[in-house]
Write a protein that binds this ligand. Structure first.
Ligand code: SAH
Length: 299
């Protein structure tokens, strides 16, 4: 007991729970910047530059060059100077920073929607999640991070060029995450070859066509989520979910994110916001069909 109390006082937990303590080997607490890493350079005006560190390279800014060699070996949060004395803060990019900059050929699930989907479809560490289609891999990255080291993401994607793009993007952000991803070149409407799934996440034009394949593959109690740019698609998905009579907790959401400008007396919403991305629908599979009550009429 005393040992545990001492350990806690020193800011670490018991030896058996080392993985919860500060550990330079664990993602989230990495050491100094190394060649090959992604770094986000922020200038005092809030401009952002995402660079991959290489000994001989430099970021060419109109206020001078920032040599990567001046960043390599430094700790996160360090200030570095360009050749003309401009100061930059060097930090590791958030997944959000990376996703908005990475190469894409498809529409992507925007971070505000991905975050919402992770919450409402209850994506958690250790789960086995099936995703289709993978597109550019934006949602794949969010899923991989949420399922963690012991979890798995299986992607079904029609197009091999999208598979290459996703694998490239996932490897480029964090090689460690890529080990838990398997992408199959498949048409999901033709059926599933994977089972024991805790979650199924759909971002394709006709998500309702996947529903007949879910019983037997998605574990009862598991969630299916569909991201659809149009409310007609969301409606058709939800009608199909209801007609199936095997789902509970059926919901569709739209996420509106409004940034605020806070500066002195100028305390107001940002002038511009993203007006539309897509709708997130979720539903939860039960063991067998039932007769749910009629939806309540609005009063
Ligand atoms: N969620 C992705 C974007 C997906 S775009 C992201 O955040 O980056 C939709 C993808 O679904 C496309 O790549 C398309 O090729 C794929 N797709 C469409 N129909 C499909 C099907 N029947 N089976 C598998 N993939 C499909």
């Amino acid at each position: 007991m005393d040992e545990l109390r001492d350990a806690l006082r020193q800011g670490s937990l018991s030896p058996e729970r080392r993985h919860l303590t500060h550990n330079p080997g664990v993602a989230g607490n990495p050491g100094t910047f190394a060649p090959g890493e992604l770094v986000l350079l922020l200038d005092p005006d809030g401009k952002r530059f995402l660079v991959r560190l290489a000994e001989q390279d430099a970021l060419h800014h109109h206020r001078g060059a920032v040599r990567h060699a001046d960043i390599i070996g430094r700790a996160e949060g360090a200030l570095v100077r360009s050749s003309q004395g401009r100061v930059f803060a060097a930090v590791r990019p958030r997944l959000v920073d990376y996703v908005l900059e990475m190469p894409r050929k498809s529409g992507i699930v925007y971070p505000k929607d991905a975050a919402h989907l992770l919450g409402w479809a209850d994506i958690a560490p250790g789960q086995r999640v099936l995703e289709s289609g993978v597109g550019s891999g934006a949602l794949t990255l969010a899923l991989l991070r949420a399922v963690g080291e012991r979890g798995h993401v299986v992607g079904y994607e029609l197009r091999s060029d999208f598979i290459d793009l996703t694998l490239g993007n996932v490897h480029a952000f964090g090689g460690a995450l890529a080990g838990n991803l398997l992408v199959r070149e498949r048409d999901i409407y033709a059926g599933l070859v994977d089972g024991d799934l805790d979650r199924v996440v759909l971002d394709l034009p006709e998500p309702w066509r996947v529903l007949p394949h879910l019983p037997g593959a998605l574990c009862p109690g598991g969630w299916v989520a569909a991201y659809t740019p149009s409310i007609i698609q969301a409606s058709q998905f939800i009608e199909a979910v209801r007609a199936d009579r095997r789902y509970v907790q059926v919901e569709t959401h739209e996420v509106l994110l409004r940034g605020w400008h806070l500066q002195g007396l100028a305390v107001r919403p940002e002038h511009e916001m993203v007006g539309h991305t897509g709708f997130v629908s979720v539903a939860r599979l039960i063991a067998e069909p039932w007769e749910p009550g009629k939806p309540r009429r609005p009063t």
